[in-house]
Design a protein around this ligand. Structure first.
Ligand SMILES: Nc1nc2c(ncn2[C@@H]2O[C@H](COP(=O)(O)OP(=O)(O)O)[C@@H](O)[C@H]2O)c(=O)[nH]1
Ligand SMILES: [Mg+2]
Length: 231
């Protein structure tokens, strides 16, 4: 049985994260679950501390940022001698039902990255507004154009990384927020690691709010220009 850690970044996800963890424990009982919470004002961390789940660790940081939260979780997972590292959102958009198959593919196929993909046959999105669909499609189109990525969904945070791929992702030291998703894929494909997509149906969150802000979208586009100039 491979040693798997599942990293879940949280910011104000009190109403989602418990449901998610309960499902993960049933589906992958031997995995370690690492929550990286940025001191959520809604008390996400306190709710989690009251759960009696042996393989659950909750890290509370005094800074904000999705990119740095993911890096923090990956570092902790590598310290645990984890062989495969999963990242996924806390808001139930990433259905844990796919976890057994995604991790099996990584282990048996010796993949360095298995990405839960909305944009291949069998994948899709439920209940996202048109504006979010356009932003996501546009971001993927631009990234593919500059990186020649073989992947159709490069911005999904539902992933299984090998140790080698996770170490490369950690090189994205300055990638904030959503920049981390493309920086890590960029490094992984430029190193010719073995990558594959697995179709997922992404469901828009029912509870809590998205943290994506206009400023972050603009920064993302500036970042992709920098990436294209440096490559
Ligand atoms: N630790 C941490 N997690 C974050 C931060 N921003 C977003 N997240 C988490 O990252 C995941 C994706 O964020 P979400 O707001 O759902 O973005 P969207 O799905 O792109 O609309 C969720 O689990 C959030 O709780 C942050 O600043 N710090
Ligand atoms: Mg979300």
């Amino acid at each position: 049985m491979a040693n798997i850690s599942i990293i879940i970044p949280t910011y104000n996800e009190r109403d989602n994260v418990v449901l998610l963890i309960e499902q993960i424990v049933k589906l992958l009982p031997n995995s370690k679950i690492l929550i990286v919470d940025d001191n959520s004002p809604d008390g996400t961390a306190e709710v989690l501390r009251n759960l009696k789940i042996p393989n659950l660790t909750v890290f509370v940081r005094n800074e904000r940022g999705l990119g740095s939260a993911l890096r923090y979780g990956i570092k902790k997972a590598l310290e645990l001698e984890t062989e495969f590292i999963v990242t996924m959102d806390a808001d139930l958009s990433h259905d844990p039902i796919y976890l057994p198959q995604m991790t099996k593919i990584a282990i048996e196929g010796k993949y360095d990255l298995v990405i839960g993909s909305r944009y291949i046959n069998g994948g899709g999105i439920e209940n996202w507004p048109l504006s979010r669909r356009i932003i996501s499609r546009g971001a993927n189109y631009l990234f593919k154009l500059i990186s020649h990525s073989p992947l159709n969904d490069n911005t999904s945070n539902y992933r299984v990384y090998s140790r080698k791929a996770a170490l490369l992702a950690l090189d994205c030291e300055t990638a904030n927020g959503y920049e981390f998703q493309i920086c890590s894929i960029f490094k992984i494909i430029k190193s010719n690691l073995k990558v594959i997509e697995y179709p997922i149906i992404f469901k828009n969150r029912k509870l809590g709010k998205s943290k994506l802000r206009i400023s972050e979208i603009l920064n993302w586009f500036l970042y992709i220009i920098k990436l294209s100039l440096s490559s």
